[in-house]
Write a protein that binds this ligand. Structure first.
Ligand code: HSE
Length: 432
């Protein structure tokens, strides 16, 4: 039997516009394959020229949110506005009205899923957000319905296309960070204000959502260690390549017996790791489950149609499932008391120093690492000796350590910087 479903789209920018286009163009296909007759009953956006450009019929343009919510033919409200201002008010109002919400808004879900889910439960409606994380890559459905048989032990993801595009250019063209950022802005990948992407906030929101679902416990974004790519130098990317590593901005979640570890930072991974070949604006998530082993999902994490693919799949799911699923964990603003977060996490490290080009310096540097209980895998001089400000000859030295902890590294860096024989210029974590 065919199910009739009416939707309203709030915000017809890139994602909302792509969603409108997909729903209209694929209407007959969904009718045939899914037995759902989805009609766009209303749209809400102030940019009337944009609506005209998309070919939206005049009669479905709503004047305000009240008109959308009062429309009995609207069963599902799609929120593609973004941010936590008006989007939060509209989503809250729609749920209160008993309308299922499908959203692409990661910041909203990351910060308020607890509040919104409570309202949804109270009003017996659904809250779906596949499009909030990694655009067209069906990672949320995979976590909920594909790998739910597993204890997910870890996830590593390239979940931001803008930074992956920038790092790819720096890696393969030797381009400078500032130069590529400007190019990415011109191409429309990076926002005029690129902070959310390049400083890792976008990845942090996505990691908070994904790790909460993967580990079945609330992972507030405030628990996530975050470092962006703004201070990454092309020099380090090149030195890393020579040592067999590729640099990626990774969102990492680990769930071990000792506790949960969540972090976003530039990371060296072996060139042979599947994530090392995820380039340009592509995204990927690499999961490890106790039964399934390794699973990797790869695809477009942003853009009109890839993100619309996720939005519409949620609409179809909501339309074809009568049982509403909510989070598998206690969805509170804060983490469960029983969740132990590891802040002094372990990893291997790439450390670049500038050291005095003098006899005995290597031994002194090695002895500082030894005193800090850090074991060295490799130590290599890179580049030529240069004359520093004080006339001292300096040479770049790259050290790869065995697995150690953040605190030990901080301690070693402080000790080296306090000497007059060396300065630490870069510290990059390494995952195998
Ligand atoms: N700004 C994000 C990115 C896309 O560059 O991947 C939306 O999440």
């Amino acid at each position: 039997m065919v199910k009739k479903v009416g939707v309203a789209i709030l915000g017809l920018g890139v994602v909302g516009g792509g969603t409108y286009q997909t729903l209209v163009e694929h209407h007959d296909f969904y009718l045939k394959t899914q037995q759902v007759d989805i009609t766009v009953e209303m749209v809400l956006d102030r940019a009337l020229d944009r609506l005209a450009q998309l070919g939206v019929p005049q009669e479905i343009i709503a004047k305000n949110i009240e008109e959308v919510l009062a429309n009995p033919n609207v069963d599902i409200v799609i929120e593609t506005i973004g941010g936590i201002g008006v989007a939060k008010d509209f989503v809250t109002a729609a749920l209160r009205e008993g309308k299922t919400v499908v959203t692409s808004n990661k910041e909203l879900i990351c910060k308020y899923s607890h509040e919104l889910e409570r309202i949804a439960k109270r009003n017996h409606c659904g809250l779906f957000y596949e499009a909030s994380c990694v655009g067209g890559v069906p990672i949320i459905r995979t976590l909920l319905d594909g790998v739910q048989a597993n204890h997910i032990q870890s996830m590593m993801g390239i979940v931001n296309g803008t930074t992956n595009y920038i790092l790819t250019k720096m890696t393969y063209e030797g381009a400078d960070y500032a130069e590529v950022l400007k190019e990415a802005q011109k191409l429309g990948y990076a926002e005029a204000n690129p902070t959310a992407d390049v400083e890792g906030f976008d990845s942090m929101y996505k990691l908070s959502i994904l790790s909460s679902m993967a580990f079945h416990t609330k992972i507030p974004y405030t628990k996530i260690f975050r470092e962006g790519i703004a201070s990454v130098s092309t020099k380090d990317i090149a030195y890393g390549r020579e040592l067999g590593y590729t640099l990626k901005l990774l969102a990492i979640g680990k769930n071990t017996e000792k506790g949960v570890e969540v972090r976003v930072h530039p990371t060296f991974i072996p060139n042979s790791h599947p994530l090392a070949s995820v380039n340009d604006s592509f995204n990927a998530v690499y999961l490890r489950g106790d039964a399934v082993g390794d699973v990797m999902l790869y695809g477009r994490g942003a853009g009109a149609l890839p993100t619309a693919s996720a939005v519409v799949s949620d609409v179809i799911y909501a339309a074809t499932h009568s049982e509403i699923k909510y989070s598998t964990f206690k969805n509170n603003a804060t983490a469960d008391k029983s969740t132990n977060f590891i802040s002094d996490f372990s990893s291997a490290y790439y450390i670049r120093l500038s050291v005095a080009d003098e006899t005995g310096v290597l031994a002194k540097i090695s002895s500082i690492f030894a005193k800090c209980n850090m074991s060295i895998v490799e130590i290599a001089q890179r580049g030529k000796s240069e004359v520093g400000e004080n006339g001292q000859h300096r040479v770049p030295l790259v050290v790869i350590t065995h697995k150690t902890t953040e605190n030990r590294v901080k301690n070693a860096v402080a000790k080296i910087n306090a000497t007059d024989i060396g300065t630490v210029n870069a510290v990059i974590r390494v995952e195998e």
